[in-house]
Design a protein around this ligand. Structure first.
Ligand SMILES: [Fe+2]
Length: 244
């Protein structure tokens, strides 16, 4: 059992890997966010009709973003180009110094957070650097259970729980400053609504993918170079299955 910034993590194996090694980024990458001081502003639950691995495969590519997430693709222009980040562009060198979010990532100009109007839900976190504020979203992932997305005004925590071979429960919590929760001028619902749209779109496409796996024509999939992160996920699954 490990307590970290108000989160409690428990490992079901007697010999778990080091806690920090469970995450894809160094934990101090989130040091500027006051995680331990935040409170739950809202909670959403969804059951997705897919295997948990289908969810994570979808999570690891943005080829689907322009078609599946029209609103998100507008807010995060590089997603609208089916890319997760600058380095995913085979021609990134052509725009290596271009600050346009369509090449560099981050939110469209004039938007600050993942909300319906792009504006913060309430007070923004003090202590964030200019870079933290500019990025718009910072993902921290720990397979197979959880990912966090830190914005400048709220942090989204998404937990996955397999309910069966083709059903996965997703629990989403919106963490905000206590003063945001107490302030009647704050509007957490615009973050909840935005997230609900995006996650419902993902849930639908994951369910479709799951159905497709039952197709008589399906033998196996083929990964394209753009799907390198899916390959990494599948390698992780294989390694975990053979870990002593
Ligand atoms: Fe998606």
């Amino acid at each position: 059992m490990t307590e970290w910034n108000g989160f409690v993590f428990s490992a079901l194996t007697p010999d778990p890997p080091p806690f920090a090694a469970s995450f894809d980024l160094p934990l101090d990458r989130l040091a500027d966010w006051p995680l331990g001081d935040l409170v739950v502003g809202h909670r959403l639950e969804k059951t997705i009709q897919c295997n948990w691995k289908v969810f994570w495969e979808n999570y690891n590519e943005c080829l689907h973003c322009p078609g599946v997430h029209p609103r998100l693709a507008q807010l995060v222009p590089i997603y609208g180009r089916a890319l997760l980040e600058r380095r995913d562009d085979p021609r990134w060198q052509d725009h290596a110094h271009d600050d346009d979010p369509k090449y560099g990532g981050g939110l469209r100009r004039g938007s600050e957070s993942w909300t319906m109007d792009g504006q913060p839900v309430g007070a923004t976190f003090p202590g964030l650097s200019a870079e933290d504020r500019k990025v718009g979203h910072l993902y921290l992932t720990a397979y197979p259970s959880v990912f966090l997305v830190a914005h400048l005004d709220y942090v989204r925590v998404v937990r996955l729980l397999p309910l069966g071979p083709e059903r996965t429960e997703m629990s989403i919590e919106f963490l905000v400053l206590p003063e945001t929760l107490a302030d009647p001028q704050s509007d957490i619902s615009k973050a909840v609504e935005f997230t609900n749209i995006v996650m419902s779109e993902d849930a639908d496409v994951c369910a479709l993918n799951q159905r497709g796996l039952h197709s008589l024509a399906h033998a196996n999939g083929v990964l394209m170079p753009e799907e390198y992160a899916i390959r990494q996920f599948q390698d992780w699954v294989r390694a975990e299955l053979t870990r002593p």
